[in-house]
Design a protein around this ligand. Structure first.
Ligand code: NDP
Length: 611
């Protein structure tokens, strides 16, 4: 077995992924299985590098001394690789040497300027970008003094010319620039920006014990909530009697669930809708995704309409709600087992950064493989938005019809209309903006395991529809002014949620979009910027704030008799606070000092002046 070459704590030169640039880094750990070194750059960024991408510092010093003994022409071309202005150790310059040195320095500066565009493409220098985006002078600069160009970079005057204008300010959409931007995008596309998945060391969700407990607690919570909702008095202390086990399962219900799941799969496979690329993976590759969730929704609406037209009793769903939830849970468990088994054969580079601990329970829960696919069928992406999310709207509709039937109403109650409309808007919005899901943590970081399978197929449709389910058994009357106030609240939440998400997604997809010209950002070592004005300068997760405001608006139509319909908003605040902490942790690892500066500029996480 080959032994490791570099020790923990050793300071070496690490290649920036996808480039020819070497930076001074410190080895922090080594993964024996993946044969990857985790190294820390000076700005705090941590990456996993192969041994072939690491050199000892002495090998670079050796090069420098070689260059000084070569011919003058060679010397001048190599001088660029030194820190300008640093004399050889222990030597004093004579006057002529000093003149020669100044000439060398001048040349070095000129050459560095020519090389700058390439540097900008690989790693935007902060002081350069800052000049254009209006960051204050006090903004921290990247330490570029340790950059060593290993080979002469051919100055591309066309690229340089355009890059000199690299800015987020509005400008004419000239054809040449468009060509450049598409060229730049391709360049960035092949540049691996994410960490190559090494072993997951920081275990989340309470580690092995925590994830094991969650696998028991989550299904139990669904069961508890649904049983509570069925009770006349759903007070917390009025614990519901446990149902007989055989009453929880019905093959017919399971068959309908399977039919639903596979119908959505067929809709997903239809060759309608555009195909887009996701964010670059750790190996630089981008996966393709078909964007047709909204079409799937329309086709589903047509199918449900046809069922209703032919007198199908949709409130069958209400009558067998618990059995549907149990069927979905059984299916998600079977799916998780399949996902884990197949992940054992997945190549290392396809494993999820957060689900590769080597502990069965942990990896099973968080998801071992990042993007499990059967051919081009992406299982995680499909489950994220289709069967569960569209299923949620269908369940809400079934509850509305059940309310009308049970209470002999000619029109649904105002509360039910509000809950249905708000959540309908939320789902339609998610499907309409389906592409945005490709930049979320679920797709880019989390593997597909029990957590997402259960979350997408059970938790979302059966817990998020709790308010509508509650209203069927517990009619609540609200006045028009109250309904109007709740609607305004929902609109405010939606506006914050949508505009914050769009702002970030547009910025991630095309930072040079003229529509974003008024926004400022902090450049980071990975090449991505962090917005510091607009919504992302208001709080660090404005989209979560909007989402929580909406969650409150969904619960308010249920009145104040019981806390049960408020379960969603309480749980959601806990979820998003925890998710925010996870995201901060990942961003700190990804962006190092730049993230700390962002946190200083934008001190509140979700709630301004509170948290
Ligand atoms: P976000 O959409 O909030 O994305 C977080 C990522 O955004 C970070 O990892 C970082 O990724 C990037 N980012 C952070 N700060 C900045 C900045 N200042 N400028 C630019 N980019 C930045 O993540 P989620 O996946 O958690 O949420 C997506 C949406 O889904 C949210 O609206 C959320 O409310 C909603 N949601 C809903 C749930 C539900 O059950 N209803 C559950 C979870 C989420 P990078 O830099 O790598 O691009």
């Amino acid at each position: 077995m080959p032994s490791r070459k570099f020790a923990d704590g050793e300071v070496v030169m690490g290649r920036w992924p996808g480039s020819v640039l070497y930076y001074e880094v410190q080895v922090t750990s080594y993964d024996d299985v993946a044969h990857l070194y985790t190294v820390k750059y000076k700005d705090g960024t941590e990456l996993a590098l192969k041994e072939s991408d690491i050199r000892s510092q002495s090998s670079f010093k050796h090069r420098k001394s070689q260059s000084s003994s070569s011919s003058p022409s060679r010397r001048s071309s190599r001088s660029r690789s030194r820190s300008p202005g640093r004399p050889a150790k222990g030597k004093r310059r004579s006057a002529s040497q000093s003149r020669e040195y100044k000439d060398d320095k001048k040349k070095a500066i000129q050459e560095t300027t020519l090389a700058l565009p390439v540097l900008v493409l690989f790693k935007p220098s902060e002081n350069n970008t800052k000049r254009y985006n209006g960051e204050p002078e006090t903004t921290e600069k990247n330490d570029t003094s340790c950059i060593i160009l290993e080979q002469k970079l051919k100055p591309d005057l066309e690229i340089k010319r355009v890059l000199e204008q690299y800015s987020l300010r509005p400008r004419k959409e000239e054809k040449k620039k468009e060509e450049f931007y598409s060229e730049k995008k391709t360049f960035l596309a092949i540049k691996p920006v994410e960490k190559i998945p090494a072993k997951t060391k920081d275990l989340e969700f309470g580690g092995r014990i925590g994830t094991f407990m969650l696998m028991l607690v989550l299904p139990a919570t669904v069961l508890y909530l649904l049983l509570m909702c069925k009770q006349d008095d759903p007070s917390l202390l009025n614990f519901p009697p446990l149902p007989a086990l055989e009453s929880l399962w019905e093959w017919r219900v399971f068959g309908i669930f399977l039919l639903w799941f596979f119908l959505q799969a067929v809709f997903y496979l239809l060759p309608i809708g555009k195909v887009v690329e996701g964010l670059p993976l750790s190996n630089g590759r981008r996966l393709e995704y078909r964007i047709n969730g909204f079409y799937a929704f329309i086709l589903t609406a047509a199918a449900i309409g046809a069922l209703l037209y032919f007198q199908f009793e949709l409130h069958y769903l209400y009558d067998h709600f618990m059995q549907f939830a149990v069927s979905a849970a059984a299916f998600s468990l079977a799916l998780s087992i399949y996902l884990y088994v197949r992940s054992l054969k997945a190549p290392d580079e396809e494993l999820a950064p957060g689900g590769n601990s080597g502990y069965f329970i942990y990896d099973f829960f968080t998801g071992h493989e990042l993007n499990p696919r059967i051919g081009s069928f992406d299982l995680k992406y499909f489950c994220e938005l289709r069967p569960g999310l569209i299923g949620w709207v269908v369940i809400n509709l079934a509850m509305l019809l059940a309310e009308m039937k049970i209470h002999n109403l000619s029109v649904p109650s105002l509360s039910m209309i509000l809950v249905n409309s708000f959540q309908f808007l939320y789902v339609v919005d998610a499907l309409w903006n389906e592409e945005a899901v490709l930049t979320t943590m679920d797709i880019t970081h989390d593997g597909f395991g029990f957590m997402l399978a259960f979350g997408d197929l059970v938790w979302v449709p059966f817990v998020y529809s709790l308010q509508a389910f509650y209203l069927v058994g517990h009619p609540t009357t609200i006045t028009w002014p109250v309904a109007a106030a709740i609607t305004v609240l929902n609109c405010i939440g939606y506006y914050i949620f949508r505009s914050a998400n769009s702002q970030k997604n547009n910025f991630r997809r095309n930072p040079t979009d003229p529509k974003l010209a008024n926004l400022k950002f902090i450049p980071t070592a990975t090449g991505k910027g962090l917005l510091v004005t607009g919504w992302w300068g208001f709080v660090r997760h404005p989209n979560y704030l909007g989402d929580i405001i909406m969650a409150l608006a969904w619960s308010l139509p249920c009145g104040f008799n019981h806390i049960l319909p408020y379960f969603y908003v309480i749980y959601f605040i806990c979820l998003l606070v925890h998710r925010e902490a996870r995201d901060e942790h990942h961003c700190k690892q990804k962006y190092g000092l730049a993230w700390e500066r962002y946190c200083q500029r934008v001190p509140y996480r979700i709630f301004p002046y509170i948290y």
